[in-house]
Design a protein around this ligand. Structure first.
Ligand SMILES: Cc1cc2nc3c(=O)[nH]c(=O)nc-3n(C[C@H](O)[C@H](O)[C@H](O)COP(=O)(O)OP(=O)(O)OC[C@H]3O[C@@H](n4cnc5c(N)ncnc54)[C@H](O)[C@@H]3O)c2cc1C
Ligand SMILES: NC(=O)c1ccc[n+]([C@@H]2O[C@H](COP(=O)([O-])OP(=O)(O)OC[C@H]3O[C@@H](n4cnc5c(N)ncnc54)[C@H](O)[C@@H]3O)[C@@H](O)[C@H]2O)c1
Length: 488
């Protein structure tokens, strides 16, 4: 077996691994990046980018159908499934290509191919041919789709988000298991492209929402378009020729129904790629799911003796916040600390926030209300402000007046602490709120910011005013339309 010495070894050339490589490279020329699967990153190959491409096509079909609501009639809308999927793949391939281009900048000697696993805390076996000794290691191995055993009954008709972008044409029907983030984005897109579907959940949860008011609102809204039961009673899953037969108790009526679908899409969560790393040989303390204990600011893993190890963990592999911008930022922190090891520095972690690209979009910023109540000693510590998009001026203009937002702040200080949003284009409002949290803004200071008219941000102002009133720091909203123009 070939032996090799490096200063830093990074396992996984995804978003976290690439950003770790770039940062660690500031300290040494001997930084190895090891990729054992398909290069190109999850985001570009099977994640963020192809899913948003599919959503963009679905959104277009929806807008054309909805045009009649403005008095504009586009007859005989036809979705060409083959063309839709061909464009998804064509653009997806361009994104993957741009990742390949950036990888070309890495010297060939530093780019290793093969599955890596630990032999001891500072030695990796890469494939069957190479033993790599490293002063420090970054685990950036990402995650993969995970499904419960009961779904296996669908056999070859069981698919995940890794598979569907390779479809040559849209199927007639899909049963989606998991109304989480991936399940909702893909379900709505497929529905709008003409695929018949039903979405089955388990725990009652919908997307990222923790606030019941938002969850119930989203439940009602999605159910106006397609069947979604967040706490479904599924009795049987069986193969029936080329199809999957699913027997379940219908929501509301409790009637036993059996429906057949072309595919069963498992969107039941993702699990970190840690199980084939031989982590027991790395001398790390693991939690009950096999994830190493690590410091969230340095991303340094703990040894079984509770000391800082020479191993760092970033991105989906640690499951803390499995999102692209987090993988990138965590990769930088882990790469910096692996490069300077045994010295290490606490990295700056940004406000948690996530955006789901459904319509209406869903977003969460900061901590959930339940978490804040836990931290601040119950509901008396947390003030809530809300506003609906149903009568919001700009949303009405665009015929997108569905949704609700709830904002949270601390009683006494008036500091803004978090929000859950469901509404049109809330990706932008979510950024404003995340930036306000980064500035540690108080609600009344946020209200002093300029607001144009007529814009969706005026809806945010209404929620902030409600929050200010509930903090007992501002007046109750009486005649808001008179004060700010129609639809504020
Ligand atoms: C359908 C879908 C849509 C998404 N949409 C969004 C979105 O809109 N916005 C957003 O922020 N996030 C989104 N995400 C999440 C985002 O894609 C991930 O958080 C991000 O890509 C994780 O990056 P990573 O570097 O941790 O992992 P990856 O990019 O998966 O990289 C890990 C790499 O490690 C390699 N590897 C694993 N084990 C080994 C080993 N033992 N040896 C060598 N190599 C190994 C793998 O082959 C892989 O290339 C989406 C995810 C999915 C699935
Ligand atoms: N827009 C984005 O930022 C974006 C998009 C896609 C994915 N992601 C990332 O990917 C991660 C994984 O997404 P995900 O949707 O796979 O996970 P998730 O945890 O968001 O959703 C999984 C869902 O499956 C349900 N479920 C579990 N077991 C089930 C069963 N037996 N039957 C029916 N339902 C079941 C859960 O209750 C949950 O609703 C997300 O946490 C997110 O960080 C982000």
């Amino acid at each position: 077996m070939q032996e090799c010495d490096v200063d830093v070894a990074i396992i996984g050339a995804g978003t976290a691994g690439l950003s770790a490589w770039q940062t660690a490279r500031h300290y040494s020329d001997r930084v190895a990046l090891i990729e054992g699967g398909e290069p190109g990153t999850t985001c570009a190959r099977v994640g963020c980018m192809p899913s948003k491409l599919l959503i963009a096509a679905a959104e277009t079909a929806h807008q054309v159908r909805e045009a009649a609501g403005f008095g504009i009639h586009a007859e005989n809308v036809r979705v060409d499934g083959r063309a839709v999927l061909a464009r998804v793949r064509q653009q997806r391939d361009r994104f993957v290509e741009s990742v390949f281009d950036s990888m070309q900048r890495i010297e060939p000697a530093n780019r290793l191919s093969g599955h890596a696993r630990f032999e001891d805390p500072q030695t990796l076996l890469v494939g069957d041919q190479l033993r790599l000794h490293a002063r420090s290691v970054v685990i950036a191995t990402g995650s993969r789709p995970h499904w419960p055993d009961m779904l296996e009954a669908a056999g070859g008709r069981l698919v995940t988000s890794d598979d569907i972008f390779e479809w040559q044409d849209l199927p007639e029907s899909v049963a989606v298991f998991g109304p989480g983030i991936i399940g909702l984005e893909l379900s709505q897109a497929l529905h709008r492209l003409g695929v018949r579907l039903r979405v089955f959940g388990k725990s009652g949860s919908i997307g990222p929402f923790q606030d019941e008011a938002l969850r119930d609102y989203a439940d009602r809204t999605f159910n106006e378009s397609f069947h979604l039961d967040p706490a479904a009673k599924v009795e049987a899953i069986e193969r029936d020729g080329d199809r999957v037969a699913i027997s379940f108790l219908e929501r509301g009526s409790g009637k036993r129904l059996t429906e057949r679908f072309d595919y069963l899409l498992a969107a039941t969560g993702r699990r970190p790629n840690l199980d084939r790393l031989d982590l027991e040989k790395a001398g790390l303390r693991l939690d009950d799911k096999g994830v190493p204990h690590y410091n969230p600011f340095t991303l340094q893993c703990q040894t079984t003796a509770g000391q800082g190890s020479a191993i760092f963990i970033a991105g989906d592999a640690n499951q803390e916040r499995p999102l692209l911008h987090e993988a990138n930022q965590q990769g930088r922190i882990a790469g910096d600390n692996a490069g300077r090891y045994p010295d290490r520095r606490a990295g700056r972690r940004v406000t948690p926030f996530s955006i789901v690209f459904t319509d209406p979009q869903m977003a969460t910023i900061g901590h959930s209300r339940r978490e804040l109540e836990r931290q601040l000693g119950g509901c008396s510590g947390v003030a809530v402000g809300e506003a609906s998009f149903e009568d919001q001026g700009r949303a009405v203009v665009m015929r997108r007046n569905r949704g609700l937002m709830r904002l949270y702040a601390e009683h006494g200080t008036g500091q803004f602490l978090g929000a859950e949003l469901f509404g049109p284009h809330v990706e932008h409002l979510a950024h404003l709120l995340a930036w306000a949290m980064e500035q540690r803004s108080e609600v009344n200071r946020m209200l002093e910011m300029p607001f144009y008219h007529p814009v969706l941000e005026e809806g945010l102002r209404s929620a902030l005013r409600d929050l200010s009133a509930n903090l007992q720091q501002g007046p109750a909203i009486a005649e808001r339309c008179m004060e700010f123009g129609p639809g504020g």
